[in-house]
Design a protein around this ligand. Structure first.
Ligand SMILES: [Zn+2]
Ligand SMILES: [Zn+2]
Ligand SMILES: [Zn+2]
Length: 351
């Protein structure tokens, strides 16, 4: 069967990582769009904001101070969602009211002392510093005996609820696998048991061969719009070598990860000439001391924008109650992203 024939009619696609379906309705992209297509006013960019608690030298909550740092800076979140120590309690009433304590460590990692320096505008050395910090944090947290999962994520932009525009990410370490990594863990392990091979290595092979959804790549990483993407311009960053976590990347691969992250985020910013909002994060092997050979390091980008800097996709109605649905096909989204320049729109005149 040829995918071509499905591309103009409603169909559903299977996500083998999450084991769920997404409805694709390509015929609906032909309906007239009557919403507004606004550009956002350019946000004033300052390298230092005296009111930003992540800028060097500024006061944070409870009298703490952010030091004069250069490069990256990590600290324990002043308002953590989870705590590293708690009495171990569990509650179970007929298997229907179930609760238990959850241990965690919540850290904040500032990418740069510069308030305005987002990932797509960093140079390769600065970005390599961020990759090294991620790998270090993963290793450091993995060493803690009760930590079984490390989740790094960046929420960028007000649309994603980011409360501070200073470029930073969060790192949450948990005593148990959260929902999404747990489901991926099951999928990766059962695929390996059944096929004696890696789900994501095999998937990448297919994508490289078909060359329909690839956005950009280098020798070590490929960025593609997954076949089962839910968000309009969702992408998946896949390592070409089967490694399970950031700490297993060699020095060259860390440079190449920095390269590919800059290139996809420049493309994102160029798409609607805005500082493109997204949630992104890495999924990597659980940190319970097992080898987890089924695991394959990857990053997801989930951006909400659909048609312009202000028109976003909402996950409502059918999506909340039944299945996610999209109109723009993943193939068209990949083509849009692929055709964009890798020179940031704000740097165009200076080149
Ligand atoms: Zn700042
Ligand atoms: Zn693999
Ligand atoms: Zn994942």
């Amino acid at each position: 069967m040829n995918l071509e024939r499905l591309l103009s009619i409603p169909h559903k696609r299977f996500n083998p990582l999450m084991r769920e379906w997404v409805v694709v309705s390509p015929q609906r992209t032909k309906r007239p769009w009557q919403g507004k297509v606004d550009k956002l006013p350019a946000t004033p960019s300052v390298t230092y904001d005296p009111h930003c608690y992540l800028c060097p030298g500024n006061k944070r909550a409870a009298g703490k101070q952010t030091p004069q740092y250069s490069g990256t800076f990590v600290f324990e979140n002043d308002f953590p969602a989870l705590l590293p120590e708690a009495e171990s309690l569990s509650y179970d009433d007929k298997g229907l009211l179930v609760a238990q304590t959850d241990l965690g460590i919540c850290r904040v990692l500032c990418f740069s002392p510069r308030h305005d320096l987002t990932i797509p505008r960093m140079n390769s050395q600065e970005l390599r510093g961020v990759v090294d910090a991620w790998a270090e944090q993963y290793s450091e947290l993995a060493e803690i005996p009760w930590v079984r999962h490390v989740q790094m994520f960046e929420n960028r932009g007000e649309l994603m609820g980011a409360s501070n525009s200073h470029p930073h990410c969060q790192i949450w370490a948990n005593a148990a696998l959260p929902n999404h990594p747990a489901r991926e863990d099951e999928s990766l392990r059962s695929y390996r048991a059944e096929k004696h091979s890696c789900l994501l290595c095999d998937y990448l092979q297919l994508e490289m061969h078909r060359n329909e959804r690839i956005v950009c790549q280098n020798e070590a990483f490929t960025v593609l719009v997954p076949f089962w993407a839910v968000w309009p311009f969702e992408t998946l960053v896949l390592g070409k070598r089967h490694v399970a976590s950031l700490d297993q990347l060699n020095s060259n691969e860390r440079d190449l990860l920095a390269d590919v992250l800059r290139r996809i985020t420049v493309r994102y910013d160029n798409l609607f000439e805005t500082s493109f909002p997204y949630s992104m994060g890495f999924h990597q092997r659980p940190t319970d001391g097992q080898a987890h050979e089924a695991w394959h390091l990857h990053a997801h980008y989930f951006p909400p924008l659909l048609r312009s800097a202000t028109v976003r996709k909402f996950m409502v109605g059918y999506e909340l109650l039944a299945s996610p649905q999209r109109d723009l096909t993943p193939e068209s989204a990949a083509a849009r992203l692929r055709d964009l320049s890798e020179t940031h729109y704000l740097n165009r005149d200076s080149s």
